[in-house]
Write a new protein. Structure first.
Length: 205
């Protein structure tokens, strides 16, 4: 399914465009796998931004259905006292993940509370024991939060970004405090929690 020629491939390019600031090499490889180019990735992102701002473009979860087709799964989920619904779509670039849109209660109009990549039901998460296991694109927010409790969520630097502060051992077994940066829920890099540069995801010794 696509709307005005904008479908699953173009939507994946939108996700990649936001990841390019962190992982340009991985993004370039993924763009080639989609049979696209960097210019078409930029164009897809430009079109998406124009579409979501257009008065007649569907709102809420309907905008994702318009370009991705019907959700592959729709499951109830409680967030505190709120009865929410999570709708999920498969994306070819990340077969073990799902693009999830979390909707608030229907009685308040089912607003979109979150939209990101999550681990697919029934797919085991990667084994995460040390900082070296945290490779770019290897895990999602939920994987890291479960592996290194108590991880503390933090607001990212842009609407599609998210951060977790957590403790984990490095390659020498020394436990430190780290900040993981995610885009659309997918891990991009890990750095010391004090902001000191020099440690990429999976690259600490």
């Amino acid at each position: 399914m696509a709307i005005n020629g904008f479908g699953v491939t173009e939507f994946q390019l939108v996700l990649l465009r936001r990841m390019a600031d962190y992982q340009p090499g991985l993004v370039e490889e993924a763009v080639r796998r989609l049979g696209a180019t960097r210019s078409s990735m930029r164009e897809a992102n430009k079109r998406w931004q124009a579409m979501v701002r257009a008065p007649r473009f569907p709102r809420g979860a309907a905008r994702f259905t318009a370009v991705l087709g019907p959700a592959g799964a729709s499951v109830p989920r409680r967030i505190g006292d709120l009865a929410c619904t999570a709708r999920q779509w498969e994306l070819p670039l990340w077969p073990e993940l799902r693009f999830e849109v979390l909707l608030g209660p229907a009685e308040i109009g089912s607003p979109v509370l979150n939209e990101w990549l999550v681990r697919a039901a029934g797919v085991p998460p990667p084994v995460l024991r040390t900082l070296a296991d945290l490779r770019p694109w290897s895990c999602v927010v939920g994987d890291v939060g479960a592996a290194f409790p108590p991880a503390v969520p933090r607001e990212g630097s842009a609407p599609t970004r998210f951060r977790l502060d957590f403790g984990a051992p490095d390659g020498a077994g020394r436990v430190g405090r780290w900040t993981a940066d995610f885009t659309w829920g997918l891990l991009q890099e890990v750095r010391p929690a004090d902001g000191t540069p020099g440690h990429a995801a999976g690259g600490a010794e």
